[in-house]
Ligand binder design. Structure first.
Ligand SMILES: Nc1nc2c(c(=O)[nH]1)N[C@H]1C(S)=C(S)[C@@H](COP(=O)(O)OP(=O)(O)OC[C@H]3O[C@@H](n4cnc5c(=O)[nH]c(N)nc54)[C@H](O)[C@@H]3O)O[C@H]1N2
Ligand SMILES: Nc1nc2c(c(=O)[nH]1)N[C@H]1C(S)=C(S)[C@@H](COP(=O)(O)OP(=O)(O)OC[C@H]3O[C@@H](n4cnc5c(=O)[nH]c(N)nc54)[C@H](O)[C@@H]3O)O[C@H]1N2
Ligand SMILES: [Mo]
Length: 644
């Protein structure tokens, strides 16, 4: 349901790290390869991360969106006009176009305005106050805010295979929409903020795979004024979108490019951990083998509303994830009963109704093994076929369990064990990693089926990381490019800058509630060792600023013996909605803990098509790592609230 797989497949996913690395132009500000790095390997370890990422996209290791500079709807149309009927033929045709360089990889042309993310929905995330490493790059390049990046792209290490304009583009987004129930740093930058219903104004469920309960949300009151539940907000957007699509965007075929994926046969697409780049190593570009897969999806834009509000026919073909398939015929029939039959005229008529959030909740509870015993047993049976082990007994005794929203509202219910959701190991036994692998002899999902410490992929070996090893903090080279922008008199200290998750908020949530701003310090703080602080004349609660080549942030000092010398802590996600004076460096108000960080992509995370080293949505791919940040801290001489 999350990806509309009941109506169309495959979904088009993109990994956030690569997306934002390019969309915010951070790739143009890499410090040069340092001496350390030049000592080993070479073929891969000395490649610019952007070149490496572009290679990962063309070899099918990672998803890549936007896909091509050319429109994906037109590409299929052209293929059809040439008389290509089968999906395979279209995929071949694409491979040929790519080989002959008749289409451009968008990742290699990020400065072409056709590849800008022009319409952006920010939902259930505070992208600019929290998630996004490299806040100042987001503000400048994506949003078109003030230029408060301190590094110069001109003097930074530039990629070789990426076609870049002389001046990095700014303000790529035309329309930025947020859906939230509170003001956030992202809301500050948004064109439109849609008011979301809070947890007491809507029906919802939540859960994590590390604890066993399924939590219901029930509306105590209806959403005030124009606020809407997330379900209703998106449903209403889909209604208007479908209406407009009748005139502007008729149904058509789309080309979806996907990487070689985890838990599928793609895991053996590129054997022996050898890298063959079809662009230069003399191998053919073959979709799903040496390059990404190309599939055709029938988009029915004028019917998106009907697809959104009913369960589609493809559920009957079975569904699942992580290689586990649950047969869907009976599920579909049960859903007709449980959700009721849609009576609205149109594509959805006669199908299970999915109009409201409550419908969606019931559908999830019915389809998930964690809340429906029959699905749990079906899931384990599916894994029995693959492993040859007896597994269905893990969910035994739960076949009759089928929780409803009313059930979980009346009384907490614990999840049922399933092979795709790990909240519970077996009755009454809490989650612990790999329990089923050891106790039920389910092979590990590795090349050998065993726990695997040695990774023989060429890229791992080139980086010297075939075996787990200690790596010292990275030397990012000169951490201040554009020093001349900074007046640097007085006392200062160079420190390692860490951003662990805060104690009082969940990410940016709760940091600005009245209680939280009166308890402890409120507003943004940086923790520093007492001796370090004394050495540069910082007293407890003084205003300080922290800066490096990425940007600057002003906050107050928490002086403590609990932080070792040479390190400062700026707790993750304190947001920039209140108590934010100008910093002395760029004389601009603003700055978050992520003003000083940036994305440091790690190329070894981008390997794909090789057993467990294969991309999996939400499970495997590059992380937006912000460790190894070095910064300067000093006392803020003057606190300027920029009142005029
Ligand atoms: N420097 C640095 N950066 C980091 C990290 C770090 O350690 N250091 N950690 C990273 C990690 S692990 C994570 S998970 C991310 C977290 O980053 P985000 O996912 O951006 O975290 P939140 O601030 O919780 O943003 C969630 C937003 O959703 C809203 N929200 C909550 N419930 C609902 C709802 O029901 N409906 C709607 N519409 N909105 C809702 C909240 O009000 C909040 O504004 O940050 C990452 N960024
Ligand atoms: N109260 C609260 N709880 C939360 C969250 C929240 O925002 N608030 N967020 C939730 C989420 S989404 C997540 S992802 C988790 C994150 O929770 P954790 O995984 O615990 O992550 P952090 O707190 O970012 O970092 C953990 C520790 O790593 C240390 N560290 C930093 N660099 C290095 C290094 O190079 N080597 C080693 N060995 N250690 C290092 C830091 O000093 C820090 O103490 O927390 C979850 N729980
Ligand atoms: Mo997280």
């Amino acid at each position: 349901m999350a990806f509309a797989g009941d109506w169309l497949k495959p979904p088009r996913h993109m990994n956030g790290t690569s997306f934002f690395y390019f969309a915010t132009d951070q790739y143009r500000y890499e410090a040069k390869v340092n001496e350390e790095q030049l000592k080993w390997g070479g073929r891969f370890s000395q490649m610019h991360p952007a070149d490496f990422n572009a290679m990962a996209a063309r070899l099918g290791w990672l998803p890549s969106y936007p896909q091509f500079t050319q429109n994906s709807l037109k590409l299929v149309k052209e293929a059809r006009e040439k008389g290509l009927k089968e999906a395979d033929e279209v995929a071949q045709y694409m491979a040929q176009l790519i080989k002959e360089e008749k289409v451009d990889w968008a990742i290699e042309h990020p400065d072409d305005p056709r590849n800008f993310p022009k319409v952006f929905f920010n939902w259930r995330s505070n992208l600019l106050g929290d998630t996004g490493k490299g806040h100042e790059y987001f503000a400048k390049h994506l949003m078109g805010g003030e230029d408060t990046v301190l590094a110069e792209s001109g003097s930074s290490w530039q990629p070789e295979t990426i076609d870049i304009a002389e001046k990095p583009p700014e303000g790529k987004v035309d329309l930025f929409v947020s859906l939230d129930f509170r003001m956030t740093s992202t809301g500050l930058f948004s064109d439109i903020v849609l008011p979301a219903a809070t947890w007491y104004e809507k029906y919802d469920i939540s859960s994590t795979d590390m604890h066993p309960f399924i939590h219901p949300f029930n509306a105590a009151i209806t959403p005030p004024w124009e606020a809407k539940s997330d379900w209703d907000a998106f449903r209403e957007i889909s209604r208007v979108f479908s209406e407009l699509a009748k005139d502007h965007l008729p149904a058509c075929e789309d080309l979806v490019m996907s990487p070689l994926s985890h838990d599928t046969v793609d895991e053996i697409a590129q054997p022996f951990g050898k890298v063959f780049d079809w662009r230069k190593d003399g191998v053919e570009p073959i979709p799903g083998k040496t390059m990404p897969k190309f599939q055709i999806v029938k988009r029915d834009y004028p019917n998106v509303f009907h697809q959104f509000t009913t369960i589609g026919p493809d559920i009957q073909k079975g569904y699942g994830s992580k290689g586990v398939v649950i047969p869907g015929e009976d599920v579909y029939k049960e859903l007709l009963n449980r959700l009721g039959v849609c009576g609205r005229e149109g594509l959805g008529k006669g199908r299970p109704d999915l109009y409201s959030a409550k419908h969606a909740i019931e559908a999830i509870l019915d389809m998930s093994g964690a809340t429906n015993g029959k699905r749990a047993v079906a899931g384990w049976k599916s894994l029995e076929k693959k492993t040859g082990q007896k597994l269905a007994e893990i969910a035994q005794g739960h076949e009759e369990d089928a929780y409803t929203l009313l059930d979980i509202t009346a009384q907490p219910r614990q999840a049922i064990s399933t092979p795709v959701w790990s909240g519970m190991e077996k009755d009454g036994r809490r989650y612990s990693p790999f329990t089923v692998n050891t106790e039920y002899m389910i092979p590990w999902r590795t090349l050998t089926g065993r726990q695997s410490f040695y990774l023989d992929h060429e890229v791992m070996l080139d980086f010297g990381e075939g075996l787990p090893l200690y790596l010292p903090p990275l030397n990012h080279g000169p951490f201040l490019l554009g020093e001349d922008k900074v007046e640097n008199s007085g006392k200062w200290l160079t420190v390692r800058y860490l951003t662990p998750h805060q104690k009082w908020g969940i990410h940016t949530m709760f940091t600005e509630t009245t209680n939280m701003t009166t308890l402890f310090r409120g507003w943004q703080t940086v923790w520093i060792n007492e001796e370090d602080a004394a050495s540069i004349g910082i007293k407890d609660n003084d205003w300080i600023e922290v800066y490096n080549r990425n940007g600057a942030v002003a906050a107050r000092a928490v002086v403590t013996y609990r932080i070792p010398r040479g390190v400062v802590y700026m707790y993750h996600a304190q947001d920039r909605t209140m108590g934010v004076p100008a910093n002395a460096i760029n004389k601009n108000r603003g700055g978050t803990h992520n003003s000083v960080t940036r994305i440091t992509p790690k190329q070894t995370h981008m390997i794909g098509g090789y057993s467990q080293l294969s991309y999996g949505f939400n499970y495997y791919g590059p992380t937006g790592n912000q460790r190894d940040t070095i910064a300067i801290i000093r006392r803020l001489k003057e606190v300027d609230w920029l009142e005029d």
